[in-house]
Write a protein that binds this ligand. Structure first.
Ligand code: NDP
Length: 464
């Protein structure tokens, strides 16, 4: 029998890689992990965690504006980017230390270098003239921002560089209205930057519930974000004053910085994957089965590099299933259904399950329950803004197919609702749950009347 240096070698110490390495080591495997940048990966170093801290920072202005109605007064309101980003960077350093110690305490060998595959069991380490061998290899290399292929694309920054800015520009154009575009538009606008959000489609956040998309766009515009829809980028230009985003039609947008938030691509180039015959998909992702196994038997892949559902908790779930399957003798397929997700904009949105549109395509009769209301907290401050809670129900089984929330603490509410939805909760069971009063989340169990489309008014176009 061949003696390998490791039972498992993981390439990439992000959320998925670290979880798999730790679990396998705790199950008795000899584990090595290579990381060429920083331990923690996109989520901890330049993604979810620092982004959420910036989102918290960006919400204070609005909170302070409302505080007067509650009797509070302050001196002149000032914001200092250096303080915020400095504190965020220190927190990221602290978390990186924690992740590193977690690996060390589990007995994992952490190699701070790039590893590439020479054959299915042999890895070359870039910082030394040596190879290591492993029985099983896990590719967990994540992804990186994709830039649109337009003239002047070298002027674009991405979310990566947002965490490195030493000063905020007065204005910013953001191209792309997915998760990152919408979140950063909201963050920068909250911090006082004049933001233009540029999107090629008809409405921001393709794939989310239509009503949520519409109401979120209204909420962002209310906060001063200029949303340009149907805007196809022709080029980016630079002069002494700043940058211009030019379109096939219409006036250019001038801005102090231009950010591309136009999706991410898997990190598979130069890893030796193709050379050893691993099947890659359309954008270079590692093609895997339900156990995260690639086309080569001893090589697995988890997280964004597989381009399945690109979210941190999903990468962690995939890593856990992998460790259970390979190192704990328990075949555990991944489950991507009912994954809750949120966009940490202001207002925040969160969602689990099917959108109304998806449900109407898949089910014969769909009932909608929804409540749009002003949160109690906004009343004293006279903030005219509505929260939305919406349930999508299969009328034949009464099962809750989807839950969509826009407003304060949407993510927290949907995380809790996701437990019930995953377990197959029915609307009647929601109704039988006591409300927690007064809270905004209580609306989720107090909606008694099915939503009916408004009856067309006689003489209107709709009635014709
Ligand atoms: P998304 O796929 O969410 O959005 C990309 C946006 O860019 C879309 O609006 C897309 O338009 C547009 N776009 C793509 N290519 C072009 C192009 N060539 N020219 C103009 N516009 C273009 O990607 P993000 O970069 O926002 O985020 C990457 C991933 O990171 C997300 O899918 C998500 O999985 C994850 N993420 C999750 C977060 C969370 O959970 N809160 C936060 C941040 C990221 P169109 O719709 O027409 O394709």
């Amino acid at each position: 029998m061949t003696a390998y240096d490791y039972d498992l070698f993981v390439i990439g110490a992000g959320s998925g890689g670290v979880r798999a390495a730790r679990l396998a080591a705790e199950l008795g495997a000899r584990v090595g992990i290579a990381e060429e940048y920083r331990v923690g990966g996109t989520c901890v170093i330049r993604g979810c965690v620092p982004k959420k801290l910036l989102a918290y920072g960006s919400r204070y202005h609005q909170e302070l504006e409302g505080a007067g109605a509650y009797g509070w007064s302050f001196g002149a309101v000032q914001f200092d980017w250096q303080t915020l980003i400095g504190n965020v960077r220190r927190e990221v350093d602290r978390l990186e230390g924690i992740y590193t110690r977690l690996l060390e305490n589990a007995g994992v060998d952490l190699l701070s270098t790039r590893a590439t595959l020479e054959d299915p069991h042999t890895l070359k380490l870039a910082d030394r003239d040596a190879v290591v061998t492993a029985k099983t290899v896990l590719v967990a290399t994540g992804g990186h921002p994709h830039l649109p292929d337009v003239p002047g694309k070298e002027h674009l920054i991405t979310s990566n560089e947002c965490f490195l800015l030493d000063a905020l520009p007065a204005s910013m154009a953001i191209i792309g209205a997915g998760y990152i575009g919408v979140e950063f538009a909201s963050i920068f606008a909250g911090l006082g930057v004049q933001v233009t959000l540029i999107y090629r489609g008809e409405q921001i956040l393709r794939g989310f519930d239509e009503e949520l998309r519409l109401r979120l766009a209204q909420g962002l515009r209310k906060r001063g974000i200029d949303i340009r829809l149907g805007a196809a980028i022709a080029s980016i230009a630079k002069d002494e004053a700043g940058y211009q985003v030019n379109f096939a039609h219409g006036d250019p947008v001038e801005a102090g910085l231009v950010m591309a938030a136009t999706g991410r691509v898997p990190n598979t180039v130069g890893l030796g994957l193709q050379q050893i015959g691993i099947a890659l998909g359309w954008n270079g992702h590692v093609v895997v089965d339900e156990f995260s196994k690639s086309s080569i038997d001893n090589i697995y892949a988890v997280g964004d590099v597989t381009d399945r559902v690109n979210l941190t908790p999903v990468a962690i779930h995939e890593a856990t299933c992998f460790a259970e399957t390979v190192f704990n003798d328990t075949s555990t397929p991944v489950n991507h259904t009912f994954t809750p997700t949120a966009v940490f904009s202001e207002p925040e949105i969160a969602t689990v399950g099917l959108t109304e549109e998806e449900a109407r395509e898949k089910y014969r009769v769909v009932d909608i329950y929804k409540s749009a209301f002003r949160p109690l907290k906004y009343t004293l401050a006279k903030r005219e803004e509505q929260m939305l809670i919406k349930l999508v129900i299969d009328a034949e089984t009464d099962k809750v197919l989807g839950c969509h929330v826009l407003g304060p603490d949407a993510a927290e509410i949907v995380q809790m609702a996701a437990i019930a939805v995953q377990l197959g909760v029915t609307k009647a069971q929601f109704d039988a749950t006591r409300a927690l009063h007064p809270s905004v989340a209580e609306e989720i169990v107090t909606m008694r009347h099915k939503w009916e489309p408004p009856t067309p008014v006689a003489g209107s176009d709709a009635a014709a």
